[in-house]
Write a protein that binds this ligand. Structure first.
Ligand code: BES
Ligand code: ZN
Length: 883
């Protein structure tokens, strides 16, 4: 049990640790309920701390302390104090000393999945952010760096495979074969959150990698027996990621081995433990029959992400958890760049911007809004957010924009050289770019401290006589929790001006200054740019390549959007114009439906889309993106207040149907001409063809005709890969009826024995907009294959319902909210981290119309007044109800 009201931790209170630990010797004897951890630490007072070496405070939770000794002498009871959360030694030696501690933990009873736990019988660990303190008493903070030597002992039948960080040293059998052990050594000093161990009966695939300096690295991926062939794609991705980091950033791997282990029960996607990455198995296992192209793509990017942490996170780690974006934002930026290079830059940018807007913009517009570097937290696990990750990546991307690719690389090189082996801060990171470029980034630093999404309110005036165009830009900075007033940001704003023929006009500023690459630099609240030699009224193409994480508003007419969609030389902005045009059309339809009238609006947009998607020279993957209408959540976010999700759902259906009809022949043509021939390949071109075909199918079935339904059923039954199969299943589950039930039953029969694939079956039902869905989801919580202790199941069923089914989660009777609230409470007793995540699905509740808002408030208040809440859930629910 933690203290009653946990106190917030504040950035401004940071103090260096009083003691450092240079060496950690662990000896872990694995047992299902009584695992013994013997730890020997080399401790010394920190010369950089205040000077006086006061008490030594070690974190520790859910531990049973058995022995404690300093310099080999057992401590008397009066020499130390143990509470539920820490162990304090009042007067440790003033000189370096060894501290030996024996603790016992219970892996099987560990449902929070932090520390050492069991997943399907496999012993594994998760320490980030503060899980090491559930293994042994330790200064569990990222600025205490030590080398680790780890001995693991286990029953050889239960756990023939024994892994930890670093390089293997030794293994052997003891006790007449009843136990065996393995010793691992990690020569690179690391914080405790990067510690990991695994013990289990696992199969593996192996390969090797030759680094840029010619060293050989043994690679292995450990999976459940019988799933070996499904690990090949992850291995392939790993090798490509290792090569890419050498070529693009000059980063070489630094151990003799690199291991990945797939486990079924995992709170997150994956974890970058030094030399021993642990993955949620849904992000490792893939074959054409079991995984969609989207999963293949995720595997590639998550494997890369965790690998890239070896330099951005592990070699250079974070001083404290307020600096989380230093490793996560930067590493997301790196994995985005990797995927862009491996696949298509433009399509990748579209996917990343979509994700940013859906998750981060929504977060930033609600009660959970916080800066990329928060100033305080109660539970750090609540801050692994879209803001820290996705906006954090955008901030790095803006630095690259402002400096140019070459200078940016120099800044990165400097960062690696200057801070290798250290626990660094955001300031030190930015300093490297200032030093490498000579550019003053003082104002730019505001991106780390000010929350909220800036709005750039733009206007364009054309003077026909003078042939000048004036672009006015105002930064509107909406208030966010704790931040009523804001300073203007330093914003890279990339633009173009299109002439009547759709071609780019040369950008020439009045003062004769040339604008390189269309990049303007905004630093003031209001700025005007006057362009000369503009032959005719131009159409502005703003925020090209999404050069900053902002909203842009400008008064454009339908024909302006149509020109941008058809002709913008910047393909990203062509897509952006299509998305904005679609959104404003949807908002308009919602408004008309809301006033009780009917409307046929959308015709112009559909025609423009038809022309855009039929343009020459576009990749199928890109065309597929054009055909993906904005989501209902996107529309809700733009409407911003008094949101009625049922109206948005109707409007969305109506526009989808209209687009399906208007583009029918084009879509049918895509569908027919792009069918897979030959064997499946997960490469991005093949995936793009399948994506376009499936996008077309979505719109064709939106027409709702008999023939469309027949085509959909055939798409399901004739599918030769999971991409097509799952796509059809989601659509069929949404339609329901005989066809829907038949497909769900078929899918269940085929995949009930596969705990990864069956999640698609749960999710498809949870996302169905049909009125019967809530009842079905409630029933499914009692299904034998469902379990509240398995995070993937919770995400597939409850997460998909709350975050992927706006119309049924937001039922006007409030039963959707009540259901999710009950699940959050049940989960909180099992796994607080997952409970808090599920609760996050309420983040936009204040934007709802009054009836639903009242219902959502009721559900949140019920959670808030529950006595035994975890700090995780308590922190989120209080923020939700504040103000
Ligand atoms: N370091 C995180 C994993 C993590 C997150 C551990 C939160 C503890 C608490 C890891 O590098 C990560 O970011 N994983 C992501 C996937 C990634 C591709 C963005 C995840 O798990 O979702
Ligand atoms: Zn990460």
């Amino acid at each position: 049990m933690k203290p009653e009201t946990p106190r917030p931790i504040r950035l401004k209170d940071y103090r260096p640790p009083a003691y450092l630990v240079d060496k950690v010797d662990l000896d872990v004897s694995l047992d299902p309920t009584c695992t013994r951890v013997r730890s020997r630490l080399s401790v010394r007072p920190n010369p950089a701390a205040s000077g006086r070496s006061g008490p030594l405070r070690l974190n520790g939770e859910h531990l049973e302390l058995a022995e404690i000794a300093v310099n080999r002498k057992p401590l008397a009871k009066k020499d130390y104090k143990v509470t539920d959360v820490e162990l304090t030694i009042a007067r440790p030696p003033a000189k370096p000393f060894t501290l030996e501690i024996v603790t016992f933990v219970n892996p099987e009873g560990n449902t929070a999945l932090q520390g050492i736990y069991r997943s399907n019988g496999v012993y594994c660990s998760q320490c980030e952010a503060e899980g090491f303190r559930r293994i042994t008493y330790f200064p569990d903070r990222p600025d205490v760096l030590a080398t680790y030597k780890v001995r693991i002992e286990a029953d050889p039948e239960e756990a023939p495979v024994l892994l930890s960080n670093g390089n293997p040293v030794e293994r052997g059998t003891i006790k007449g074969g009843k136990r065996h052990y393995a010793v691992w050594h990690d020569p690179h000093p690391k914080p405790s959150y990067l510690f990991a161990l695994v013990g289990g009966d696992l199969a593996s695939i192996a390969s090797t990698f030759r680094t840029m300096s010619g060293r050989k690295v043994d690679l292995a991926i450990y999976v459940e027996h019988g799933k070996e062939d499904r690990a090949a794609w992850a291995m392939d991705s790993l090798k490509r990621a290792m090569r890419w980091d050498e070529e693009r950033f000059g980063r070489e791997y630094d151990l003799d081995v690199f291991n990945i282990v797939a486990v079924s029960d995992f709170n997150m996607g994956a974890m970058e433990n030094k030399g021993l990455n642990i993955f949620n198995d849904r992000l490792v296992l893939a074959s054409p029959e079991t995984a969609t192209d989207t999963i293949f793509e995720h595997i590639e990017s998550v494997v890369a992400h965790e690998y890239f942490h070896n330099w951005t996170g592990n070699r250079i780690t974070c001083r404290d958890w307020f600096q989380l974006c230093l490793k996560e934002g930067l590493t997301v930026f790196r994995d985005q760049e990797f995927t862009g290079d491996e696949r298509s830059k433009t399509v990748q940018r579209i996917i990343d911007v979509r994700k940013l807007k859906t998750h981060q913009f929504a977060e930033d517009a609600g009660p959970l809004s916080h800066p990329v570097r928060p100033e305080s937290y109660i539970e750090i696990n609540n801050f692994y957010t879209a803001t820290v990750y996705e906006k954090g990546a955008e901030v790095v991307r803006m630095i690259e924009k402002l400096l140019g690719a070459e200078t940016f690389r120099k800044g990165m090189d400097l960062y690696f050289a200057r801070h290798d082996g250290e626990a660094a801060t955001v300031e030190q990171f930015i300093q490297c770019f200032e030093d490498a470029s000579g550019i003053d980034l003082t104002q730019f630093r505001l991106w780390y401290s000010q929350s909220g999404t800036p709005e750039l309110v733009c206007g364009l005036k054309y003077d026909k006589a003078k042939k000048t165009a004036e672009l006015e830009v105002e930064q509107v900075l909406p208030p966010t929790p704790g931040q009523p007033n804001k300073k203007p940001f330093h914003i890279p704003f990339k633009i173009g001006l299109l002439g009547a023929n759709g071609h780019d006009i040369d950008l020439q500023l009045e003062d004769g200054e040339e604008v390189t690459d269309g990049l303007l630099s905004l630093t003031k609240r209001r700025q005007t740019f006057r362009f000369t030699d503009v032959p005719s009224r131009p159409v502005p193409s703003l925020l090209r390549d999404f050069s900053a994480p902002v909203n842009v508003t400008i008064d454009l007419d339908d024909p302006d959007y149509e020109l941008l969609m058809a002709a913008d030389s910047d393909l990203f902005n062509r897509w952006q114009a299509a998305a904005t045009y679609a959104t404003r059309t949807l908002v308009e339809i919602v408004r008309i439906l809301g006033s009780g009238k009917s409307t046929a609006r959308g015709q112009r947009y559909a025609k423009a889309l038809r022309a855009a998607v039929s343009s020459d020279g576009l990749d199928p993957a890109y065309r597929a993106e054009l055909l993906r209408l904005p989501t209902q959540a996107d529309v809700a976010r733009i409407i911003g207040k008094n949101v009625d999700p049922a109206l948005i759902h109707r409007a969305h259906k109506q526009l989808s149907r209209l687009v399906g009809r208007t583009l029918g022949d084009v879509l049918e043509d895509f569908y027919k001409s792009l069918a897979d021939k030959g064997t499946f390949s997960p490469d991005s071109e093949s995936a793009g063809r399948r994506a376009l075909r499936n996008s077309a199918l979505t719109l064709l079935t939106a027409r709702g005709g008999k023939r469309d339904l027949a085509l959909l059923s055939k798409h399901y039954s004739g599918a030769t890969c999971m991409t097509d199969r799952a796509h059809a299943l989601y659509l069929l589950a949404g339609i329901g009826g005989k066809e829907g039930d038949r497909a769900l039953q078929h899918f269940y029969d085929q995949w009930k024995g596969d705990h990864v694939v069956i999640d698609t079956w749960f999710a498809a039902q949870a996302q169905s907009p049909r009125a019967s869905t809530l009842k079905r989801v409630e029933d499914l919580t009692r299904h034998p294959l469902f379990s509240l202790t398995a995070p993937n199941k919770v995400r597939a069923l409850i997460g998909s319902f709350a975050a992927g089914n706006p119309v049924q989660f937001n039922r006007p009777d409030g039963k959707g909210y009540a259901f999710v609230a009950s699940q959050v409470l049940a989960l909180d007793a099992i796994n607080p981290q997952i409970a808090a995540r599920m609760l996050g699905t309420f983040r936009s509740w204040r934007a709802l119309e009054s009836g639903r808002r009242a219902q959502a408030r009721k559900a949140l208040q019920r959670i808030a007044k529950t006595k035994t809440l975890s700090p995780d859930v308590k922190e989120i629910v209080s923020k939700m109800l504040e103000a």
